[in-house]
Design a binder for this molecule. Sequence first.
Ligand SMILES: Nc1ncnc2c1ncn2[C@@H]1O[C@H](COP(=O)(O)OP(=O)(O)OP(=O)(O)O)[C@@H](O)[C@H]1O
Ligand SMILES: [Mg+2]
Length: 219
Amino acid sequence: MTALRSHPRFVSLEGGEGAGKTTVLHALRDALRAEGVAVVNTREPGGTPLAEMIRNLLLDPAHEPPAAETELLLMFAARAQHVRETIAPALERGAWVISDRFTDSSYAYQGGGRGLDVGLIAELERRVVGLQPGLTLLLDVDVAQGRERTRGRDLAPGGNGPDRIERERDEFFERVRATYRARAAAEPQRFRVIDASQPAQAVATAAVAQLRAWRDGAA
Ligand SMILES: Nc1ncnc2c1ncn2[C@@H]1O[C@H](COP(=O)(O)OP(=O)(O)OP(=O)(O)O)[C@@H](O)[C@H]1O
Ligand SMILES: [Mg+2]
């Protein structure tokens, strides 16, 4: 049994659909790079060529929907690859790694959303992943407000429309949000909750400030 290690230069962004994770990811990278800090941006599911293939299997609405357990195990299969091939090597080189989603997403979506056993998720986290972010920024926003934002994106020219998980009902996303908030309350040393209902610039500024405070305190 491997233990769960935390790494101070590993940061994750979490939150529901349209919370602004990807927008903040770019702002954090730009802020660190402006200071000459090496940073790798990555995302889940995905982050390596094989894990991106698993992402397509997971999110493509065109084929047979995976059972909840299949979804969980594919998420962790992708994450196992992501940690070993992308995240750990970048941390070993001395870079910061910022991931758009990480294991908290499995607790929120497969645990809270789909109702799978949290003990199983924790076991997979310890035995298959073994690594935790030092800092997790939770972008918290109303389900309806987040949905409104992704609708704009999905309807944009060249957009693909909502993926399989984005097609879930609002009750699903309410459970996702509640699980995230409960996890943040239970682990205040790792989580910082950001009010993501604010305009994008204010959310980015708050996220950058939290990252700098964390770096100055921890690294
Ligand atoms: N604070 C904000 N206020 C208004 N619009 C925003 C804000 N943050 C992001 N947006 C816009 O909302 C849409 C969704 O943002 P973004 O893609 O960053 O969210 P996300 O959390 O990564 O979503 P997903 O979970 O679907 O990947 C984008 O069109 C983005 O420009
Ligand atoms: Mg995104």
